[in-house]
Design a protein around this ligand. Structure first.
Ligand SMILES: [Mg+2]
Length: 255
């Protein structure tokens, strides 16, 4: 004879016991903080698209280990000014970057939907991890600045373990830290390829947090991941599409 629990398990193979979250632009509104730092440095943020493109180019060099983070930050600032025809030396770029970084750190803040979402997940018994591509001290300082230093059961930082998203090894390191198998863990992040598809390829439930409602590029069926536009939508997604009925039973109590 099959018990109700066995039946629900066979209907719902995904038994989500933990949720990993990316940090930048998922929990922290890092883009607004960076725009604000540019305004403070230049008096305007009209050059934001150039800053974004320069960041994409230079951040990749840090993530792939070609440049230490601090050097990347200075070289990025230097390249940004060079794009407008201003050739500055390393020392001047360092000084402007320090000014920009201080302004950015003053502007660090959480999105409005973060605390309720974390509270809900905690109340349903889900364990939580942060999984991020960045240097260790910088990310830990960031979490402390927004009051999340003790919010997670595990904090997995590429700068500490030597591999970065979307490498499956960082997602598996998060699962190991939580003592769970990949199929028991969901990962939510703002980057479609780096976060959601990367996590899905590592065997987790990858979820794309598309806050700016960017049109999704075409994907093969195996690359299709659930999408939310706010963390407010996460509970329903976890309950109705991903998680086990046991979690659904707890929703009424937590809400
Ligand atoms: Mg991010």
């Amino acid at each position: 004879m099959t018990s109700a629990a066995d039946e629900s398990k066979s209907r719902n193979p995904a038994q989500i016991k933990a949720v990993c979250l990316d940090i930048d632009d998922t929990l922290l509104d890092s883009q607004s903080a960076a725009r604000s730092s540019l305004r403070e440095l230049l008096g305007t943020d009209r050059a934001w698209p150039v800053w974004e493109r320069t960041t994409d180019r230079y951040y990749a060099r840090f993530v792939t280990g070609q440049m230490p983070f601090d050097v990347m930050c200075v070289e990025r600032t230097r390249a940004f000014f060079a794009a407008f025809g201003e050739d500055i030396d390393y020392a001047e770029a360092q000084s402007r970057e320090n000014q920009r970084m201080e302004a950015m750190q003053r502007a660090w803040g959480l999105f409005d939907d973060v605390l309720d979402s974390l509270d809900w997940m905690r109340a349903t018994g889900l364990r939580l991890a942060a999984v991020t591509n960045a240097p260790s001290a910088y990310q830990r300082k960031k979490l402390a600045a927004v009051g999340l230093a003790d919010a997670f059961d595990a904090v997995v930082i590429s700068g500490e373990i030597g591999v970065a998203k979307p490498d499956p090894r960082i997602f598996h390191a998060a699962c190991d830290s939580l003592g769970l198998q990949p199929h028991e863990v969901a990962h939510v992040g703002d980057k479609l390829t780096t976060d959601a598809r990367g996590a899905a390829r590592a065997g987790l439930s990858g979820i794309w947090l598309n806050r700016h409602r960017i049109p999704a590029p075409r994907a093969h069926a195996e690359d299709t991941v659930p999408t939310i536009t706010s963390l407010e939508e996460l509970p329903e997604l976890l309950v109705t599409e991903i998680a086990a009925p046991a979690l659904a039973d707890l929703v009424g109590q937590a809400r």
